[in-house]
Design a binder for this molecule. Structure first.
Ligand code: AMP
Length: 278
């Protein structure tokens, strides 16, 4: 496994076989768990060379505490990637990607960027798209792999590729969960065992909706809000029932598998998001 810290070294290496091999790219912020590793496995199945980036992108954090507390264990991450035979890891320092005082790029992703995560994390998607655009330009992958757990991010990246007018195929990979249903997340490392247990309410609500679709959109949204009100440690930020196409809210169901329920909630100051397609 080759590990590069500098984009010049990475591109020099990649240029040698760019023409002949398919390149799969998995961007991450590290603290790797089995959700990330699933993306690597999918890339390895689909592409001849797999590159994983590990970079905690300061520009996509709208909350400085969240950035300061973000878990970080590079040596563990490298061990996990080595076991999976990941071919290349790119772990740039901030100044390999950003010029001094470089501003975040302002993108126009329309309403998609202003709802849910866009509404509650102002600037997050511009920061995320700024770094993903840089990665795409440096690596120029054949395919890039993103988790459906970050459903809105996945849609925004598809819109970004469309705007960049480049032929990168974006693959969305289903969410990997703990046995109790909690979606795997690097931020779970910040939770006590008790909090992790209580956080399963998110998945319980999503699952309840999946199994009780006939109750209708408004009743289910109310159900979720009421379940969270009963809990002391969990604070619901939003629960939206949306069309999978554009993630805009719906008042009645669209066709089977064309709907998504998205939840963001805080537990012990840690922000978790999850969703289900139904
Ligand atoms: P992050 O390190 O949080 O930026 O995530 C890197 C990639 O892993 C993103 O495409 C995420 O959507 C994806 N990811 C995070 N958690 C999971 C999960 N539980 N299952 C599948 N993919 C995930």
């Amino acid at each position: 496994m080759k590990v590069y810290k500098k984009k010049s070294e990475l591109t020099a290496y990649l240029d040698a076989f760019r023409e002949i091999k398919s390149i799969g790219f998995v961007p991450t912020m590290g603290a790797l768990h089995s959700g990330h590793l699933r993306l690597i496995e999918e890339s390895k199945k689909d592409c001849e060379i797999t590159i994983c980036s590990i970079f905690v992108n300061p520009k996509q954090f709208n909350n400085s505490d969240d950035y300061a507390n973000y878990p970080n264990n590079l040596n563990n991450d490298l061990e996990k990637l080595k076991k999976l035979n990941c071919d290349i890891v790119y772990t740039p320092k901030i100044n390999d990607l950003y010029a001094n005082e470089e501003k975040v790029k302002e993108f126009d992703f329309g309403p998609l960027a202003n709802i849910m995560e866009g509404k509650f994390r102002p600037g997050h998607f511009n920061g995320m798209a700024t770094v993903i655009e840089k990665f795409f330009n440096i690596i120029n992958p054949t395919k890039a792999f993103f988790g459906q757990k970050d459903l809105q991010q996945l849609q925004i990246v598809k819109a970004l590729v469309h705007q960049m007018n480049i032929p990168i195929e974006i693959k969305g990979i289903p969410t990997v969960r703990e046995e109790n249903g909690l979606a795997k997340s690097s931020r779970n490392e910040l939770l006590s065992a008790n909090a992790k247990d209580e956080a399963t309410l998110i998945y319980k609500c999503l699952n309840y909706c999946l199994n009780n679709k006939e109750k209708g959109v408004s009743a289910l949204k109310l159900y979720i809000q009421n379940q969270f009100k009963k809990q002391d440690h969990l604070e619901l930020e939003y629960a939206e029932i949306t069309s999978l196409k554009n993630l805009l809210p719906i008042s009645k169901w669209e066709a089977e598998n064309e709907n998504a329920i998205c939840i963001a909630a805080y537990i012990d100051s840690v922000r978790l998001i999850d969703n289900i397609i139904l």
